[in-house]
Design a protein around this ligand. Structure first.
Ligand SMILES: O=C[C@H](O)COP(=O)(O)O
Length: 381
């Protein structure tokens, strides 16, 4: 289950984040850049307010002299936080920094932050795991100059998450994330999605966090916590067709039309080692959700494009049928999708197009698997 991390700069903001359902309360000073540390007394105040109801993380800004870092880390640990985050530079001394901080892993959970916009060094993940670090998080250093997905694709982020998982590291994704990014990043399986800007009015990370903006992000991330668990149960039953539409007009069609990509595809030997143009047409029949006019009520076409990119990132594929089946399966993972039609065409084999068109539906038993009491969306405002 992916957790929601909310970066806050005060006790009052921690109260908003906590009451609106954030899973992790992250102490951070937006005025000091991407990974700014709050004063220790503020961190202690937030820890005291949260009072164990959620895990609390805090940032340490690495000093140039790593020996001093230990003292800074010790002070934050003494403030009672559960996780300590710091920026691990993509420089040759990174392993030296990891080794210097390793003794602290006996006292707290250390999370190294790598910056996607600064050429992150993923080979440092092994030393981090070997030193007993808790996790690694991708973020962006230059706020206001792009989101995480502007620097790394969903496929690359999925690889980062898988590599962390294989090493026993928890994985986090952050970086000027916005609400449309959430359904796209959930497919990576990251342990944590981190937010600051998206929780603030008008996405301005230095402004105060806003209760409704925080609730919107919370509602987009499935949760096992309280009202939001019911909310998501409600959504998932909608997706599974639990609330039977009165008629066909209770579903909408989200489509991707004439999306052409270079694909390594073909069963013949001469089709290996190069790409061919392949055209994708996808129609997803989705259960409509009324009651909100934001990301909570839509199934994003981005998710379809990301699914295509993730399949193609896997290398050469022999058959168009294979791509079509995998794509249909990926789209049906989203519980709002009731049926999907996928057409995959090779454009460079003949004067026209050749390929396959399939239609797949969610298994009917899926639609009746659970029987909750439906809940109005605005009940979680
Ligand atoms: O770890 C969470 C970061 O504070 C994300 O901040 P941001 O959403 O402003 O990039």
């Amino acid at each position: 289950m992916t957790l929601m991390l909310a970066s806050v700069l005060s006790r009052d903001e921690a109260e908003i984040a906590l009451t609106r359902g954030a899973d992790i309360i992250d102490c951070k000073a937006p005025s000091r850049g991407a990974l700014g540390a709050l004063p220790l007394d503020t961190v202690a105040d937030i820890v005291a307010f949260v009072d164990g109801r959620r895990p609390v993380s805090a940032v340490v800004e690495l000093p140039h002299d790593v020996a001093h870092a230990l003292r800074d880390f010790e002070e934050v640990v003494a403030a009672g936080v559960n996780y300590v985050k710091f920026a691990l530079p993509a420089t040759p001394d990174a392993v030296e920094i990891i080794e210097a901080l390793a003794p602290l892993t006996a006292k707290t959970k250390l999370v190294a932050v790598l910056f996607a916009d600064l050429g992150p060094e993923f080979d440092n993940l092994e030393p981090l795991a070997g030193a007993g670090f808790h996790g690694a998080m991708l973020d962006t250093a230059h706020k206001g100059k792009g989101r995480l997905l502007d620097y790394m694709s969903v496929s690359a982020l999925s690889e980062f998450v898988a590599r962390c998982r294989a090493l026993g590291l928890a994985s986090g994704l952050a970086g000027a994330l916005e609400s449309p990014d959430v359904p796209r990043l959930l497919v990576t399986g990251a342990d944590v999605l981190g937010f600051r800007g998206a929780l603030c009015a008008h996405g301005e990370r230095r402004a105060a966090i806003d209760a409704h903006a925080t609730t919107l992000i919370r509602d987009l991330i499935p949760s096992t916590r309280g009202a939001h668990a019911d909310f998501f149960a409600h959504l998932s039953f909608l997706g599974r067709g639990y609330i039977e539409p009165a008629g066909a007009n209770d579903t909408d069609c989200v489509f991707l039309k004439d999306y052409v990509a270079p694909v390594e595809i073909g069963a013949y030997a001469h089709e290996h080692g190069h790409t061919q143009r392949v055209r994708f047409n996808v129609e997803a029949e989705v259960t409509r959700i009324n009651g909100s006019d934001d990301m909570r009520s839509i199934f994003s076409y981005d998710v379809i494009m990301d699914a295509i990119k993730m399949i193609l990132a896997g290398g050469h594929i022999e058959l168009v049928e294979t791509i079509a089946e995998r794509l249909a399966e990926s789209v049906l993972l989203h519980e709002r999708v009731r049926t999907v039609t996928v057409q995959v065409e090779k454009l460079d084999v003949a004067p026209g197009a050749v390929g396959v068109k399939i239609r797949r539906a969610r298994a009917h038993e899926d639609a009746r698997r659970l029987q909750p009491a439906p809940m109005r969306i605005d009940a979680v405002k």
